[in-house]
Design a protein around this ligand. Sequence first.
Ligand code: SAT
Ligand code: MN
Length: 591
Amino acid sequence: MDAKTGSKPNTTNSAVIRWVKDVAALCQPDEIVWCNGSEKEKKLFTEQAIAAGVLIELNQKKLPGCYYHRSKPNDVARTEQATFICTETAHEAGATNNWMSPREMHNKLRGFCTGAMRGRTMYIVPYLMGPAGSPMSKVGVEITDSIYVVLSMRIMTRMGQVAFDHLGNNEDFNRGLHCMLDVDPERRYIAHFPQENAIISVGSNYGGNALLGKKCLALRIGSYLAQRECWLAEHMLILGVESPTGEKTFVTGAFPSGCGKTNFSMLIPPPHFAGWKVTTVGDDIAWMKPGSDGRLHAINPEAGYFGVAPGTSEQTNPNAMATMSCDTIYTNVALTPDLDVWWEGKTESTPKELIDWKGQRWTPDSKEKAAHANSRFAAPMKNNPALAREADDPQGVPISAIIFGGRRATTMPLVYQAFNWIHGVYVGATMTSETTAAATGAVGQVRRDPMAMLPFCGYNMGHYFQHWLRMRSHIPILPRIFHVNWFRKDESGKYLWPGYGENMRVLKWIAERCRGHAQAWEAPLGWVPSADDFDLDGMKNFDRTRLAKAQAIDTEEWRREVLSQDGLFLKLYADLPKELTFQRELLVSRL
Ligand code: SAT
Ligand code: MN
């Protein structure tokens, strides 16, 4: 494609054309390019990105179609303090979100965006969230001056003509404007206007801040729309687990960023589980809607994975390694002298020499990490050897179980099942996790992260809980709800449970509970597996007493846990559903 072909609108949708004209008048780019998602276009953009120094071509023998991007050191993670929900009233955004009135935010951002693309190219990026032809899919158009964003959106979404075809002449699409400005944290705003189905993001080029289909549309705007339209937009992986007899169970899992959703969704069962198979539908986001069969159906709105690189290896997640072996954009990992990629945990031995994520020479004696702790790969889901056949199914997959989980060194047992939907909503609402490098700020601090949605709920969190409770009457066949914690440690700081592929043992119990096959006994927290029903066969060097420790419910720890829920309950007091306060009382009495 020569740039000229893309200079004409590839849609006749007058609402799109009008909006692009308005944005162009504001941002004053030198050139406008309409993206169609073709291979030709990708080649051209890639060449341009290399010429501009935005991408570095990696070793094409080892990593065909792979490129490398180094961000500004001030722009390596989501910035929650710069993320705003701009509803008419502050109450609609609620106590857990930053709020500014739409008028004030628009005024502020109009100032930043005026002439912001002078001397630059403005790309019009149409994209479809969800499978083509799905009644659950939604269209967004992102206008951006970042070629890195264009090429990443091409991986992460169904980008191009397919989106305009899905949209037709409909005016119902998300309007997203992204201006890099000078990538300065002082002029960084990720602003959501749920009532206008619009997003304006300025001053950051980082994934969750700049790839507007992901957290901004699929979660923040999505959760707002879901509440209005009676569905759920959640920070959840979706996987299928198939037994040797061919029974297939689909489950979703909500874990906060950096807590292993990608690994769990691509799990390879240990050798003992011959005939069992896990397939990936999605690794980060689930859109779920009651189907005509009375079950809750889920689609993955994305088409790629934006995974954390450090810790990913042939041992921990071979499917992820295969997925990112071609056609992948790596960001902020380290480079070897022959332009291969490396990060902490990738190989057992550390290379003798690297270029670190900041572009400096690095040796094993260096004090800092070679790859940034939140360095990422953006890879197409079609590369995943474990991709579920159903990943492109417009009807989505029927969900049998919803799993909540966090990263907790203490208190939280390996697995338990909620007694019922309302109890499950309470379990999700009171989730906690240690913070990770996926967001800027301190790492390792325990914070409440309800349903892993604290940074992503686009409206009042109390109303969000009410919506979850209300959904009960719209789903005749309700999924069972579980809670897991892979990260509990012993007194010496060692993980009690090996995790990764061994999580299949927990998953098997969950799948069998959903089918009424597995036993459980009633503990104060919920249903827990009886020792015999938990399959530990074939586990090398695993002492059964460690399972007991991983499952232990320590009353003293739980007293503290319940007390520490006060912060959240008080913060949301005015809007907190009574059911949740009641569930807390019940828990206290059971303990
Ligand atoms: O950084 S992203 O928001 O894209 C991923 C995540 O934090 O979950
Ligand atoms: Mn995420």
